[in-house]
Structure formats: structure tokens, C-alpha cells
Design a binder for this molecule. Structure first.
Ligand code: FAD
Length: 309
């Protein structure tokens, strides 16, 4: 096990971490980005990104690789390790991973989030090919198509309503006989002529070879199964940020998103959080990139003030 010292350690190599890394390294701070999986985070799963300003269409993995090369060309280092714990050590932070340890003057947490999955056959294979967890990102690809929305909470109604701007018909598939969403969203959803509801029903399988062609459903009351032809299945059954390693260190909201101020500062000196891991993120590539930039600038200022030597 080795121990290395950096000015800035960035935890998570999604869009927020890569943007933070570019700015931190270009600001001549010794910077390392720690990633436990694939650089790009959620966006690396996405076939087509059409809403990153300045880049009309791009494959998500390619966009992330471009961001990585750009940050590394400015001096950012990348290590493929999983962060397990963070501890204050004097004025610095000790970052413990599954292998090495890192000492940092400032830490930027960009560990993102993961959408809860249904866990059914076809879901993983067709993610980015009709299976989506983000209507803002993907609804525009299904103009004039019939689509399904799975879930009954605020996110399902909000994103389902957004989907009606493009889709011909939006069928909400919900496992109960009533919604959990707020009254106002329910009223809007029921009043929308493009939305219909299939109650007491779960998705058992998502169908299609290279793209979604339908969903196999099961009525939980009768046990009856049926097939619904749709071009997309939008799944909104919750999301969980990857913030377990911060438990007890910083204040978080009820959903375990880190609470930060407008400069992405947490309550702890030298500890910043940006992107989907923070409270009230817009959960987009562009907003995460903006967060990462803000956090890197704030971390740079913090180091100048707190480590003048
Ligand atoms: C299928 C899909 C399609 C999408 N399409 C679009 C789109 O078209 N346009 C758009 O703007 N947005 C889209 N989004 C949303 C967008 O991808 C996210 O908002 C964005 O990726 C969030 O960036 P982030 O850097 O905050 O976190 P993430 O992208 O979640 O990245 C976090 C990274 O941190 C790593 N990590 C987590 N924990 C640890 C740890 N303990 N140690 C080390 N590394 C760790 C993860 O492996 C991951 O790589 C999509 C999301 C999904 C799931």
C-alpha cells in the first residue's frame, strides 16, 4: 500500500469529476482523479447525448473519453481505485481506497448517483436503446412513439408529463392502484390526454433485440400477463447517490445527497461536493460539469488561503 500527496483529490470520474479535474490541473494544482469503474460515470452508458451545449450529437462514452484526455493533457492523473473512507488529518484529508491512500489539501466528491433498476430481463441490455432513467435526456428521441413510464411518485409524473411533449401516448405502469405523487402532479397527469394508467401492474421483461419493442407486464392482482408494444420504457423508481463513504462526516438530505452552498462547499473545510451527489442537482451532464468547475475554483481559492506556504 502506498501513500501519495496531492493538492486536490477528486472522487469519481463522471462529468463533474472530469470538469473539476480539468480546472484543478490547469490551475497547476497537483490533482488526481479516483474512479472505481468506467470514466464517464452515468454518461458512459448513453448512446447519444444531444443536449450538451456546443456538441450537437455525441456518444456518451466518446464525450467522456474526450473530457478525460483534455484533463490529463493539463496534468490530471487518474487512478482506478474505489474510495472507502475519508478522514480529516490536521488541515488535510486522508482518502482511503481499496488499495492506496492519498493525502489532500482539498477533496472534491463527484461520486454521482445510480438510478434504481427494476432488475428485469432486457433492462441492462437495452439501457440507452429505449430503456431510460431520464426523460429530460431521452424523451426527444421518441417523437410520435408510444412509450411506458414505470413508477408512481413525483419523478414518474413529472418526467412522464415531460415525455408527452414528444410521445404520441404515455402509459404509466404502476404496481399499486394509486399514485404516491403530489396532488398537483397527479391532477396534471390525469388531465393530460396523452397519459393513461395501467394499475396494479409490474414490468416483468423489457422486449427487443437491439432496441426496445415492448414490455411484458403482469397484473399483481390477477396474475395475468400481457405484452405492451412500446418504443421506450422510462423507469422512475428512485435514485441513490454514491455517498455511503461520507456517512457521519457531512450533513446530507433525506435522500443522502450532500448539502453544499453555491460554491459547492460542504460544512467541512476543504471538502466539496458537486454533480449528482449533491443536493438539488439538475442531474444533467452540463449542470454537473458546471458544478465541477465551480468546486475546482472554490478548492483552488481554499488552498491559496489555507496553505499560503
Ligand atoms: C442512461 C442515462 C442517460 C443519460 N443521458 C443524459 C443526456 O442525454 N444528457 C444529460 O445531460 N444527462 C444525461 N444523463 C444524466 C447524466 O449522465 C448525469 O447527470 C451525470 O452523469 C452526473 O455526473 P456526475 O459526474 O455528477 O456523476 P456520475 O456520472 O454518476 O459519475 C460518478 C462517478 O463516480 C464513480 N464513483 C462512485 N463512487 C465512487 C467511489 N467510492 N470511489 C471511486 N469512484 C466512485 C462512479 O463509478 C462514476 O463513474 C443520463 C443518465 C443516465 C443514467
Amino acid at each position: 500500500m502506498s501513500e501519495r500527496e496531492y493538492d486536490i483529490v477528486i472522487i469519481g470520474g463522471g462529468p463533474a469529476g472530469l470538469a473539476a479535474g480539468l480546472y484543478a490541473a490547469r490551475g497547476r494544482r497537483r490533482t488526481v482523479l479516483l474512479e472505481k469503474g468506467v470514466v464517464g460515470g452515468q454518461i458512459s452508458l448513453t448512446e447519444l447525448v444531444e443536449n450538451y451545449p456546443g456538441v450537437p450529437t455525441v456518444n456518451g462514452f466518446d464525450l467522456a473519453q474526450t473530457m478525460l484526455k483534455q484533463a490529463e493533457s493539463q496534468g490530471m492523473e487518474t487512478e482506478y481505485v474505489e474510495v472507502r473512507a475519508l478522514e480529516p488529518e490536521g488541515r488535510r484529508w486522508r482518502v482511503r481506497t481499496n488499495t492506496d491512500e492519498f493525502l489532500a489539501k482539498a477533496v472534491i466528491v463527484t461520486s454521482g448517483a445510480e438510478y434504481n433498476r427494476l432488475g428485469v430481463t432486457g433492462e441492462e441490455r437495452l439501457t440507452g436503446k429505449g430503456v431510460s432513467y431520464c426523460a429530460t435526456c431521452d424523451a426527444a428521441f421518441f417523437k410520435g412513439h408510444d412509450v411506458a413510464v414505470v413508477g408512481g411518485g413525483d419523478a414518474a409524473m413529472d418526467e412522464g408529463l415531460f415525455t408527452t411533449r414528444y410521445a404520441e401516448k404515455v402509459t404509466v405502469v404502476h404496481r399499486r392502484d394509486e399514485l404516491r405523487a403530489s396532488r398537483v402532479l397527479q391532477e396534471r397527469a390525469f388531465a393530460n390526454p396523452k397519459m393513461s394508467f395501467t394499475w396494479n401492474t409490474v414490468v416483468e421483461e423489457i422486449l427487443g433485440e437491439n432496441e426496445v419493442t415492448g414490455a411484458r407486464l403482469r397484473n399483481v392482482a390477477s396474475g395475468e400477463t400481457s405484452e405492451m408494444p412500446v418504443s421506450a420504457v422510462f423507469i422512475f423508481i428512485g435514485q441513490h447517490p454514491n455517498t455511503g463513504f461520507l456517512e457521519g462526516l457531512v450533513p446530507m438530505d433525506a435522500g443522502k445527497h450532500v448539502i453544499v452552498d453555491a460554491w459547492m462547499k460542504t460544512e467541512r473545510q476543504g471538502l466539496f461536493a458537486a454533480g449528482d451527489a449533491r443536493q438539488d442537482s439538475a442531474r444533467q451532464v452540463a449542470s454537473s460539469v458546471g458544478d465541477g468547475v465551480t468546486a475546482a475554483i472554490a478548492a483552488d481559492h481554499y488552498i491559496s488561503e489555507s496553505f499560503p506556504d
